[in-house]
Design a protein around this ligand. Structure first.
Ligand code: ZN
Length: 246
């Protein structure tokens, strides 16, 4: 099976469309590590696509906040404004869908999906030291996560935790062959609001048979996504940061 792994779409329809187009024909099923909504201007369009196309989804902190208000007190001003804006616009069906998303970890076909970390859906696993603290807590040899909006792979080997860098600015993809006796904690990066200084949409494809994970980046119609954020009256900061990848 070839899985398209996506995370942190954040209501960015243009980015999701570009990811689906770039990955077309290369996967058999889609899974998502959460944060379908919040920040961007197309929550209902994104949720409709996810409901039609994604096999398994774990909830993200923004999904929870936009659906129920829970955790919104921890958000900064722009994120809070976007959460209220999103809540007001969700259709009753999409609101119910969001509210009922399962909390991770979720096991799919022998691998695991979480939003933040296997121990805490709200935890940020940013660097090797954060990853090191999760040694022994990964529920499966291959685990996908999101939340940080940074594309990265952590390898748990006998020598400790190593890091595979994201796809470089001059590349579109990078394939890693999975070794036995190694555990992998992998962030496919954010579809709709990357924060690793590369504004291109990020995703990954996991081929369970070939035992390979490929990290991808793809450009999308950023200007259209920005224009919609401004037209919607969402904070301008949310449009600006898309161009910075921050
Ligand atoms: Zn997020």
């Amino acid at each position: 099976m070839r899985y398209l792994i996506i995370s942190d779409i954040h209501s960015n329809w243009e980015a999701l469309e570009a990811v689906a187009a770039k990955a077309a024909g290369q996967y058999d099923a889609v899974v998502c590590c959460g944060d379908l909504v919040g920040y961007g201007a197309n929550p209902n369009e994104v949720i409709r696509w996810v409901r039609e196309n994604v096999r398994a989804v774990v909830r993200g902190n923004h999904d929870k906040a936009c659906a129920t208000g829970e955790g919104v007190e921890w958000f900064n001003g722009a994120a809070r404004a976007a959460a209220f804006w999103t809540h007001e616009r969700l259709t009753p069906g999409n609101l119910a869908y969001l509210r009922n998303l399962p909390k991770g970890p979720l096991e799919v076909d022998g691998f695991c999906m979480v939003h933040g970390s296997p121990l805490d859906e709200d935890e940020y696993v940013v660097n090797s030291r954060d990853a090191q603290e999760l040694t022994g807590y990964l529920p499966a040899p291959v685990c996908f996560f999101g939340h940080t909006h940074r594309q990265v792979m952590f390898l748990y080997t006998r020598e400790g935790v190593k890091q595979v860098s994201p796809v470089g600015a001059e590349q579109d993809e990078q394939t890693v062959r999975l070794e036995p006796d190694t555990f992998y904690l992998i962030n496919p990066g954010s579809v709709g609001q990357p924060r690793d200084r590369d504004p291109r949409a990020a995703f990954a494809i996991y081929d369970t048979k070939a035992r390979e994970v490929t990290l991808y980046r793809t450009a999308y119609d950023l200007k259209s996504a920005q224009a919609k954020i401004r037209e919607a009256g969402l904070p301008d900061l949310l449009a600006l940061r898309l161009a910075e990848g921050a």
